[in-house]
Design a protein around this ligand. Structure first.
Ligand SMILES: NC(=O)c1ccc[n+]([C@@H]2O[C@H](COP(=O)([O-])OP(=O)(O)OC[C@H]3O[C@@H](n4cnc5c(N)ncnc54)[C@H](OP(=O)(O)O)[C@@H]3O)[C@@H](O)[C@H]2O)c1
Length: 294
């Protein structure tokens, strides 16, 4: 299979490229704004999503059969200008992919879409009217419509709270690991907030299953299907390090405006034979080990 990947150098894309490159029948073309080291079955295409005209010819010559679009510039900048920029570049990419004869496209969505389901804008809590969420939803809807018109299969991979090696250091689990390493009390906005945590290698496996067997017009929610509180994650990280948790760390605090309590309904992705293999405990242990070896 000829697979074109955007975001293949990022936190989620890196293990996906590694996973797909193991299959000798795959040829991968991976977009990146930076030059990348060579590896078997992977060609890096130097280019920016904002400037497709410059590298469109190489994409056409590659003749992608499948495309996975993960790139999203500027995270954690969820502002309107950045979100609109990403949406515009993504829609242009979908148009170019259809023109290149690509028959299957998979785009990455976010769990936050699920916390944003009130039918009318005025009914939504103001903290949830994030431009980022609106842009992802618009990409989902317009991507589906464009794909139908161009006879392309379009799948939406709605990712829950992904964690694992390579995650941004400001994210929850890397931050807690840094606190445990220094035996420092973590500052938590809302220890009672719940998330559906899913290990990054499991997400790569799920995306590989969608590439192989995913159906058109389908949303795949990728998560464990279970909710875990931030408080329990803190306990797991400190326990893995074997350091005592400062008593005041988990004290009750006023509810925050952050999103919480969104979990995947993994029924559809399970239909492709996928199951998460890494428990939260095992995933945190792998992260701690990877930090120790670096
Ligand atoms: N991380 C999560 O927990 C999570 C949860 C839900 C959904 N998602 C979604 O999953 C996707 C991947 O997230 P991630 O955390 O892996 O992102 P990331 O680590 O921030 O990586 C971003 C990737 O996008 C590429 N990119 C950014 N701007 C680009 C541009 N203008 N042109 C070309 N490439 C560009 C980067 O490539 P170069 O720097 O090499 O150019 C990099 O590979 C995103 O769509 C995100 O919304 C993530």
């Amino acid at each position: 299979m000829n697979i074109f990947i955007t975001g293949g150098t990022g936190f989620i894309g890196t293990p996906l490229v590694e996973r797909l490159a193991k299959d000798r029948t795959n040829k991968l073309l991976v977009l990146s704004r930076r030059s990348q080291p060579r590896q078997p079955r992977v060609t890096y295409l130097r280019g920016d999503l904002d400037d497709i005209g410059r590298w469109k010819g190489q994409l056409m010559r590659f003749k992608p059969t499948v495309a996975v679009h993960l790139a999203w510039e500027g995270i954690p900048d969820y502002s309107a200008p950045t979100s609109i920029k990403n949406l515009t570049a993504s829609l242009r990419l979908l148009d170019v992919l259809a023109g290149a004869g690509c028959k299957k496209v998979i785009c990455a969505g976010s769990s936050w879409e699920k916390g944003f389901q009130a039918p009318r804008a005025e009914q939504r809590p103001p903290e949830r009217t994030l431009a980022f969420v609106a842009a992802k939803q618009a990409l989902h809807e317009l991507g589906l419509a464009m794909a139908r018109e161009r006879n392309v299969s379009f799948s939406w991979a709605r990712l829950m709270f992904v964690y694992g090696p390579g995650q941004k250091t400001s994210s929850l689990i890397p931050y807690l690991i840094a606190c445990a390493q220094k035996n420092q009390r973590p500052e938590l906005k809302n220890p009672g907030a719940k998330n559906d945590f899913i290990y990054v290698a499991d997400v790569a496996e799920a995306l590989a299953a969608i590439i192989k067997k995913g159906q058109p017009d389908t949303t795949y929610e990728i998560g464990s299907g279970a909710l875990t509180t931030v408080r329990d994650v803190v306990r797991l990280v400190f326990k893995t390090y074997g350091v005592p948790l400062p008593a005041a760390a988990l004290k009750r605090q006023p509810p925050s405006a952050s999103f919480s309590g969104v979990r995947a309904d993994p029924a559809v992705i399970r239909g492709l034979g996928w199951r998460p293999k890494t428990s939260l405990q095992a995933g945190i242990k792998k992260m701690v080990d990877s930090y120790a070896s670096n």
